[in-house]
Design a protein around this ligand. Structure first.
Ligand code: ADP
Length: 294
């Protein structure tokens, strides 16, 4: 199984003429409430890829509909705590220029306790993976405990906090970053320098670097692979990275060869960018197989 210790957010989206100004009250005639958070998106991608995914996190105790939604998409929600803390959420204003202004409330996403982590990891076995992003608390604690149990750790340090990422990289088996995150992490402004610097600084680490419409690189001290992205008409790249991660980890758990793993993940994220939305844009494994057969 994959234990994804990740965020669950409700994204409240409002379309407006312009962003609300100080002292102003503005009515919006367009409102959408969508399930989001990198953690939840990656769990959905894992489930759609066919993986056995257990999401570990927390929501407010009255937000049972979120758990039902995740569970309908194939995510195991037994390890999601129901707390007396508001569910993590984002208030997103979208103006006419398609720019956004966002208030993020972390809420329950930062309410994980060491006891909850210990209980979860006590039931994991050595073939299991632990996946983390950077939208929840106790990251270092979870990684240390997971490593001590012999579990594999995958880390997608988004949003990037270079200080934290550097502290925890010794506990990580697979690092998944985009180009900007990789450069921020090493403190360089050149992608090749990051590709060179990461395996030197962390010899044990395997790195997956997604390169947007160019594709993806996978490298460690002795391997360097590149897989080109599929050429599609992109309309919305939201959740492309999350889709990539889900399909990639799922294929890795199926012990596929690395080139095959990357090709599948590229196909899944190529389909994702042709559709609007976040979790709703993530394809199923059968759609990915059909795409690859074309
Ligand atoms: P993030 O969204 O995390 O920044 P990327 O932009 O690197 O991640 O995208 C992740 C993956 O999605 C890429 O490795 C690629 O396979 C796929 N992808 C992203 N944008 C496109 C695109 N325009 N066309 C085809 N595939 C894309």
């Amino acid at each position: 199984a994959i234990y994804n210790f990740g965020s669950i957010n409700l994204d409240h989206l409002y379309q407006l003429d312009h962003f609300v100004r100080p002292g102003e009250t503005m009515a919006s005639d367009s409102y959408q409430c969508l399930l989001g958070g990198k953690g939840a998106n990656q769990s959905v991608a894992l489930a759609k890829a066919g993986a056995d995914v257990k999401h570990v996190g927390a929501v407010h105790k009255n937000d049972a509909q979120i758990l039902a939604q995740l569970s309908d998409l194939g995510v195991n929600t037994d390890l999601i705590a129901k707390l007396d803390v508001p569910t993590g959420h984002a208030i997103i204003q979208l103006n006419k220029e398609a720019e956004n202004a966002i208030i993020l409330f972390q809420g329950a996403n930062h309410a994980l306790t060491e006891e909850q982590v210990d209980q979860v990891l006590a039931q994991a076995s050595s073939e299991d993976w632990v996946l983390l992003q950077n939208e929840t608390n106790l990251i270092q604690y979870i990684m240390r405990q997971a490593r001590a149990k012999g579990l594999k750790v995958a880390f997608n340090p988004a949003p990037m906090d270079a200080q934290l990422a550097k502290e925890v990289l010794p506990f990580v088996d697979l690092l998944i970053v985009n180009e900007v995150e990789a450069m921020d992490l090493i403190g360089v402004n050149d992608v090749d320098a990051a590709i060179d610097g990461l395996p030197k600084a962390y010899p044990e680490l395997a790195v997956l670097m997604t390169l947007g419409k160019a594709g993806v690189r996978y490298f460690n001290q002795d391997q360097n692979l590149f897989v080109e992205a599929f050429s599609v008409k992109a309309v919305d790249t939201t959740a492309a990275g999350d889709t990539f991660i889900g399909f990639c980890l799922s294929a890795l758990m199926d012990q596929l060869d690395m080139k095959e793993v990357l090709t599948r993940a590229c196909a899944a994220s190529a389909i994702c960018v042709t559709r609007m939305g976040a979790s709703s844009a993530i394809p199923s494994i059968s759609e990915v197989n059909e795409f690859l057969a074309e």
